[in-house]
Design a protein around this ligand. Structure first.
Ligand SMILES: C=CC1=C(C)c2cc3[nH]c(cc4nc(cc5[nH]c(cc1n2)c(C)c5CCC(=O)O)C(CCC(=O)O)=C4C)c(C)c3C=C
Ligand code: FES
Ligand SMILES: [Fe+2]
Length: 411
């Protein structure tokens, strides 16, 4: 069998809180021990508490966690299908890849900031949501990662300890933090959530947690506004007379062509984000969407970000802004791949990057609005999520989608 992953070549108000402020805020999160167990309706008319579960891939918080992170990632057949050899090849590839990736995390400060940002974003969003949606308050923030702590299993157990499910009912919203849906990212997180739901609550799930899913939000006006604000901030650093000629290079994590050809919705949804941002900016600048972070020798969706920058420089374009568009916080692919490799190696001071969303208050308002609209809609998931990829053969996808769709109306 051919080895697909051969052993190792393999704003507006964008004021970011300081690390200290962050710690303080996270420390002030609602402590759930004080919450009453879920009820259908309390004396104030609230149907809460409502658990708001932020789903994402996660990342190693320290370099010591890189090995475990990669071994979970290469064990995920929804992301990297290695067939019957998965349990043999996955650990082998991840072990061989660990030293290189460890160095990259060391170079960006010793770990991924994703946990810190996810905890901050979810707790800030819940505070806003308590005001926007008293009917479903209080809202309790949770984070469930696919490959790093807190893992989905741990978070599901926490939900049960906190009085949701197992005969007590209660409502939880699985809120993907990937704005654009891919079966390799959000799909994988939902498969994992569904797996732990079956293992920890049993398949019949009588008075189990009532789940609904926010499965995509690629063109939400708040997301668009936050990305556009960051671009405008960076554009303002160029001289006025040349500002309109700066190339805007939107960059998203690529997908293997096998996933694209299966009919994955991600490329079209990323393009929808880019178009909405450019519309918001009144198409002020020339732009392109390019794709980064290809791994291994198989064919991936292009044009590749690093090559696009090199080629534009060769054509004499040395003023361009790279814009991360498919991830909501910093990670090695912004801080290492874009900043150190692509921009660092290009060696032109006119080549810059717009900020990631991180703690941007415009973005946190957007999260609250997305969640509020979802809670008011009563929908268990979007109609788009009910449809499988045309060439999907996965029984897991079929059952998972059926489960979430059958949660029915939540009003
Ligand atoms: C929306 C974003 C992402 C998509 C789509 C995605 C698909 C995808 N990724 C791999 C393989 C790897 N990804 C790795 C790291 C990684 N991936 C994303 C995002 C998406 N991936 C991020 C943000 C990160 C970095 C996390 C961080 O904390 O910094 C890795 C591990 C790193 C490495 O070994 O290079 C692999 C491997 C595939 C195969 C895939 C689509 C099928
Ligand atoms: S792979 Fe897309 S629905 Fe199964
Ligand atoms: Fe990835």
């Amino acid at each position: 069998m051919a080895l697909r992953y051969p052993l190792i070549h393999f704003t507006r108000r964008a004021v970011q809180p300081s690390a200290l402020e962050l710690l303080r805020t996270v420390g002030q999160q609602h402590t759930f021990a004080t919450f009453a167990p879920p009820v259908t309706q309390d004396a104030t008319g609230s149907k809460g508490p409502t658990a708001m579960v932020f789903m994402n891939m996660g990342g190693p918080s320290t370099t010591n966690e890189v090995g475990d992170f990669l071994s979970r990632l290469f064990a995920d057949a929804d992301l990297i299908p290695l067939g019957r050899l998965q349990s043999y090849l996955g650990p082998l590839i991840s072990r061989r890849r660990t030293p290189k990736i460890k160095e990259q995390y060391a170079a960006i400060g010793g770990g991924s900031p994703i946990r810190k940002w996810s905890e901050y974003q979810s707790s800030e969003m819940c505070k806003l949501l308590d005001k926007l949606s008293p009917e479903t308050a209080p809202h309790k923030p949770y984070v469930a990662f696919r490959y790093a702590d807190p893992l989905t299993e741990e978070t599901y157990n926490k939900l049960l300890e906190d009085g949701f499910g197992r005969g007590k009912g209660g409502r939880a919203v699985a809120f993907t933090q990937y704005p654009q849906y891919s079966c390799s990212t959000t799909g994988s997180s939902l498969n994992e959530l569904w797996k732990w739901r079956n293992r920890l609550e049993g398949k019949d799930g009588s008075a189990g947690i009532k789940w609904s899913v926010i499965d995509r939000w690629p063109a939400h006006p708040g997301l668009v506004n936050a990305i556009a604000g960051n671009i405008e901030n960076q554009l303002a650093t160029y001289p006025t007379e040349r500002r309109g000629d700066v190339i805007l290079l939107f960059s998203a994590h690529s997908l293997p062509m096998s996933v694209v050809n299966r009919g994955d919705p991600y490329p079209a949804e990323v393009a929808a984000t880019v178009h909405a941002v450019m519309h918001h900016l009144n198409f002020s600048n020339p732009y392109r969407l390019v794709w980064q972070s290809q791994v291994g020798p198989s064919a991936w969706l292009g044009a590749q970000t690093s090559i696009a920058v090199e080629e534009y420089v060769k054509k004499g374009h040395t003023e361009l802004i790279l814009i991360p568009v498919a991830f909501t916080s910093d990670h090695i692919e912004t801080l290492y791949e874009l900043d150190k490799e692509v921009i660092g190696e290009a060696g032109h001071e006119g080549i810059k990057r717009s900020e990631s969303l991180n703690g941007n208050p415009v973005f946190i308002d957007a999260l609250a609005d997305i969640a509020h609209k979802h809670l008011m809609s009563g929908q268990s998931c979007s109609s788009q999520m009910r449809l499988r990829c045309p060439s999907c053969k996965s029984e897991k996808c079929l059952q998972q989608k059926k489960f979430f769709a059958e949660q029915g109306s939540l009003l």
